[in-house]
Structure formats: C-alpha cells, structure tokens
Design a protein around this ligand. Structure first.
Ligand SMILES: *Cc1c(COP(=O)(O)O)cnc(C)c1O
Length: 380
C-alpha cells in the first residue's frame, strides 16, 4: 500500500471520542467523560502521531489525549493574552510597535491539550480570504511593522498555493523586512514538509521558521528529514518549547531535547511558561521549576542551546524573560556573582553600576546566609 499523504494522515486521524475509544480500548470505560471534554475542546490526532502513542503517561499521550482535568480547571482565563480584544484587524494582534502576529490558518495537525488558543482551535475560528485580505491591508497601512509572524492554527497546513499567495503579498509590502512562521508541523506532521513547500518558503526570504518540539520522543527520522529540508532551503530554524508538567519538566529531558534540536540545526528560541489558559492548569509548573531547568541547561549544554525562558503577561502585557539570579549581592564596588557551579566570584564595578545595583543585599548578609565561599580573583 502507498503510504498516506500528509492530507491522508490528517483525514485518517482521530477526530472524535468514539474514534479515540476505538483506537485505544483502555479508554472505553471513560467514553462519557471523553465525549464531554471533546464537546468543549475538540480532539484531533493525525495518524502519524496516533501511531506513536504508547499509553497514558507517555509524553505524547499527555500532550494530545483529552483529559477530564481540562473541565475541572475553572480558574484559567479564556483568552489569557487578550489577543481577541486587542485585534486592530481580524486575526491580527499588534502588541509590539514593529511586529505583528497574524493568524492565517484555523487548522492544526494535532490539537495540543495545553494550547493557549484552546478557545478557538477546532471551534469558532474564522479565517477566510476576507480576513486574510484585511490583515494584509492592515500590515501594508502600518509602516512601523518590520516583522510579521504568521501563526494560527498552523500556517503550514494551508495549501501550498494559498501560502505562496499570502507570502507573495506580504513580500510586496516594502516596509516588511522579516517574515516568521510559527509551526508545529515539522514535529507532528513531518511529511507535509516537501521540497516544493521548502522552495515556496525560500522565495519569501528572509523567512524564519519557529518550530515547536516539547519532548525528545518527537525527534524522529521523519522530523529530522523535515528540518533538514527547511534548513537546506536556507531557512533559519528556531524552536518554541512549552514547559509542561509531566512532559518535559526536568533538567535531564530538557537537556536531551535542546541538544537534539541543535543536532537538527534547530536553535532553541523560547521556553514558554504555561499561560493561564482555562482548561490547562494540570500542565502548569512553578516558576521555580522553570528557573531550575534554565540553570541546569546553562551549566551543562552550550549557550546556543539555552532558550529564553519567558512568561507572557496576562492581559496583553507581552513576553518577559526570566533568568536565575546570578548576581547575588553587592559589596561596595564589587558584585558577588554566582557562576554555573554555584560558586561566588567578586566582580569590580564602576560607580554608575554601584548605583544600579544599590537595591541588592549587602555582601555580609548574603555570605552569612549562604555560607558560600567567595572566590577572589586577583584584580589587575
Ligand atoms: C510573541 C509575540 C510576538 C513576537 O515576539 P518576539 O519576542 O519578537 O518573538 C509578537 N506579537 C505577539 C502578539 C506575540 O505574542
């Protein structure tokens, strides 16, 4: 039998609670619950991903199989980043002066149960030639926009000709320097990445693709091939990983993931702390966990594979990077700075810096507190 095309893999996937119970008999006793959850948040698992699901507890299962916890979370927000209320044109979020987020597809290759746009995906989410036209008009009127981020849904699920049309119209706008595509396709529907698609994308250079991988299990030979096709078309590849409880909330898993990404020429870009989206509370870790993971990455892998750990402020405040506190205390004209091993080093500063860091604890207090030995380097 001829292997299914990517469209075939989408069509033959799991799109209902009934299909889920047919595919995994252990789910049959929970069918009523699954009907209820998928009534609120539809399920979509293409056949490539369905074939990789092993059972409850595996990192892919947790990301894609509906769970009763989704209906138990009532504290989260429907639209945590206020994307809909801040839209100057349909499916446009213009938060930072020089770049816009533009949703050009309402479909995904798989529905992530932790999705920030859970409110729309597979439900009411209009993307039409008219919304796309209005978005492009808005961008062409907004001279300060230099960078357009295409997302959705997943832009790479659009038919190639339609994607080519959108990219061509954006490229014709003189003030648009950079086009970025946010997509989970290389990891969840890798056969969609064809030579023809890569050529289409390359015609819109400078074009960047930010992928989305959350666990080393997603890095299969097919995913490697997909990333290689894009890289060979000259497309710089990044990755936006989401920190997920029970999936990748450990230093070891994250280290393996980041190293494997670099091995595919994918540069880790962001590690997203989970947004406060309703129906996703069971995926949220503490910030302490996230900071510890970033610290563990810093000390064990190359700086090239350490993503920025970011929170997206609720209500549309934008992304803010969080870093572990390396600067520990001030000691007159010296800072006490912790290195990757946790050892303290003195670092001489100028009077302006002393002013900047005035709010820090005094060295004596800090030393007594941590019992840390301070490494004194000879200063010339
Ligand atoms: C994340 C985001 C961007 C892009 O931010 P970068 O830090 O440049 O990657 C732009 N607009 C919105 C609304 C976003 O959420």
């Amino acid at each position: 039998m001829k292997p299914a095309s990517w469209n075939g893999q989408l069509r033959s996937g799991i799109h209902s609670a009934a299909a889920l119970c047919d595919a995994f008999s252990e789910l049959a006793p929970r069918r009523a619950m699954l009907e209820e959850v998928t009534g609120a948040y539809p399920v979509c698992i293409n056949s490539y991903i369905a074939g990789m699901l092993k059972g409850p507890g595996d990192p892919l299962w947790r990301q894609f199989v509906p769970d009763s916890a989704e209906l138990e979370d009532t504290t989260g927000m429907i639209d945590p980043l206020a994307e809909d209320s801040h839209a100057p044109a349909p499916n446009i979020t213009h938060r930072y002066p020089n770049r816009v987020l533009f949703l050009v597809s309402n479909r995904c290759a798989v529905h992530c149960r932790f999705c920030t746009r859970k409110r729309k995906i597979g439900r009411s989410f209009d993307v039409t030639p008219d919304t796309i036209g209005q978005g492009i008009d808005y961008i062409s009127r907004s001279r300060q926009v230099r960078d357009v981020l295409l997302s959705g849904g997943d832009p790479l699920l659009l038919p190639t000709a339609q994607l080519a049309d959108i990219l061509g119209r954006l490229r014709a706008i003189p003030h648009v320097d950079i086009i970025r595509i946010g997509t989970r396709v290389p990891g969840v529907l890798p056969d969609r990445i064809t030579a023809r698609l890569a050529r289409t994308l390359a015609r819109a250079h400078p074009l960047y693709v930010n992928t989305h991988f959350n666990h080393p299990a997603e890095i299969t030979p097919q995913a490697r091939r997909a990333c290689a096709l894009l890289a060979e078309a000259g497309i710089p590849l990044g990755c936006q990983t989401v920190l997920l409880k029970g999936v990748n909330d450990s230093g070891e898993i994250m280290r393996e993931l980041m190293q494997a990404l670099l091995g595919m020429r994918v540069r880790p870009y962001y590690l997203h702390h989970m947004d406060c989206t309703r129906g996703t509370a069971h995926f949220r870790t503490s910030l302490t966990t996230g900071l510890a993971i970033v610290g563990a990455l810093r000390s064990h892998v190359s700086g090239m594979s350490v993503p920025h750990y970011v929170i997206d402020l609720p209500g549309g405040g934008g992304k803010v990077p969080l870093t572990p506190d390396y600067i520990q205390a001030v000691d007159g004209n010296r800072l006490l700075i912790k290195n990757f091993r946790g050892d303290l080093y003195g670092y001489d500063i100028c009077p302006q810096d002393a002013e900047t860091f005035r709010g820090l604890p005094e060295a004596g207090v800090r030393r007594a507190h941590t019992g840390n030995h301070i490494n004194d380097k000879e200063t010339p």
